[in-house]
Ligand binder design. Structure first.
Ligand code: FAD
Length: 393
């Protein structure tokens, strides 16, 4: 067993799996570590991803695709409903455990070493020396060193905290969520649904993401600073009772979904954060899979540049921050600003917004839709929405 690597990646979710794959493809000597025994399990995710968000990085494969999405229904608490149907595929609902495993197996095929049941309990960094990583394994603790580390250890990112980066989640910068895998219901497996407004979630949304024609991930997000935690279950159960009457809950999950908090804390010395650990999440929808793939890729590419001497060790964090900012910074900032507007919406605002989308989308080709332009145009339509938007956009 080796005790030194060029790169250690901590966490084998989408960010870590794709970082390891990107690095291994470039011939980097990489170790991928995860505390779990079974990669990707249990999943805490609604598993939705847009067409572009997936295909930019990975070729879709029936192995990890549960359903293909061609329609989106928007339901407002006041009863208003609109379904957008696209001739082109809009996205997918993944099988997350299989997707995460696919990324990891690909990285191993490309030469990465994988240690599961490997809990990282300590990290000592220095820009002049390799990083020392303490790992608790079933057969006892061990230490490895690595020239660089990518910490892709998810929303809590203990590894970030180990090196002095504040990864604590203030209540106002997060959403708590509860989700059921619901079976025994009738649905269109090609249509996702977003339910908004006071009846469903006063400051977030409720989602129905189909896994098949009778199974779905149905969940709800709420800002914990503004609503008590038992609200989640009460609201979700009420929705299921009213909508479906009879149904079976196969399992439940959930967790904290962070909001975007800026790009100042993306690493230190020779350690970079990627994915949820870096808070590169879309504040509006809570979607983090595509951003996790993207930041995992950028982090691995930055390490590759350092290893061939294109940049110095001391420039690694800043180079990575620059790349993330260039590629997704503008989007993340816009989506966070849009979230600040939407969380103040009442049912009438939602209806005005969705009616605008209805006329806007009727005139656009699916491939040419720019979500940022669409949201800006919608907010500019109604005077009240514009007043709200002026505060933050
Ligand atoms: C209820 C819910 C629904 C969601 N729905 C969607 C959705 O539909 N679409 C979407 O795009 N996003 C969704 N998200 C967000 C999405 O799940 C995350 O953005 C995504 O999983 C982030 O990937 P990651 O690789 O950064 O972290 P993770 O997927 O959290 O992976 C982190 C990995 O690190 C490992 N780890 C942690 N600590 C250590 C340690 N000390 N040592 C070793 N290993 C460690 C963990 O075991 C884990 O495997 C949802 C989130 C929630 C909570």
């Amino acid at each position: 067993m080796k005790d030194h690597y060029q790169l250690a990646v901590i966490g084998a979710g989408p960010a870590g799996g794709y970082a390891a794959l990107t690095a291994a493809r470039r011939g980097i000597d990489v170790l991928l570590l995860d505390r779990r025994e079974e990669i990707g399990f249990p999943p805490a995710c609604a598993e939705g991803i847009s067409e572009k968000g997936l295909t930019r990085f990975i070729t879709p494969d029936p192995l990890f695709i549960a359903t293909e999405i061609f329609a989106i229904t928007f339901t407002v608490g006041n009863g208003f409903q609109y379904t957008y149907r696209s001739p082109d595929r809009l996205g997918y609902v993944l099988d997350r455990p299989r997707f995460d495993r696919f990324l990891v197996e690909e990285s191993v095929r490309q030469g990465a070493d994988l240690w599961t049941r490997a809990f990282v309990s300590g990290v000592d960094i220095s820009s002049d020396h390799p990083v020392r990583i303490r790992i608790e394994r079933p057969d006892g603790p061990t230490t490895v060193t690595a020239d660089y580390v990518i910490a892709a250890d998810g929303v809590e990112s203990m590894v970030g905290r180990m090196v002095g980066i504040c990864t604590l989640l203030p209540l106002r910068q997060s959403e708590s969520s509860l989700q059921y895998r619901v079976a025994g219901i009738d649905l269109d497996p090609r249509c996702m649904e977003f339910c908004v407004g006071e009846k469903y979630s006063p400051n977030g949304y409720l989602w129905v993401f189909p896994k098949s024609n009778n199974t779905a991930n149905i969940g709800l997000g709420l800002n914990p600073a503004e609503s008590g935690n038992d609200e989640l279950r009460k609201r979700l159960d009420r929705f299921l009772g009213e909508r479906y009457g009879r149904y079976t809950i196969e399992f439940e999950n959930g967790g904290m979904v962070p909001k975007f908090t800026g790009l100042d804390n993306l690493g230190r010395d020779n350690l970079l954060l990627a994915g949820d650990a870096a808070r590169t999440i879309d504040s509006l929808t809570g979607a983090g899979i595509a951003r996790a793939l993207h930041t995992g890729q950028l982090a691995a590419q930055t390490v590759a540049e350092a290893l061939v001497g294109k940049i110095t060790r001391r420039d690694v964090v800043e180079t990575y921050r620059g790349a993330v900012d260039r590629e997704i910074g503008k989007d993340l900032r816009f989506l966070h600003a849009a979230y600040q507007v939407f969380r103040r919406f009442d049912d009438a605002d939602w209806e005005a917004m969705i009616r605008f989308l209805q006329s806007y989308l009727a005139k656009q080709k699916a491939g040419s839709i720019d979500p940022a332009m669409m949201i800006k145009s919608a907010l500019a339509q109604a005077p009240r929405l514009m007043r709200l938007a002026r505060h933050v956009l």
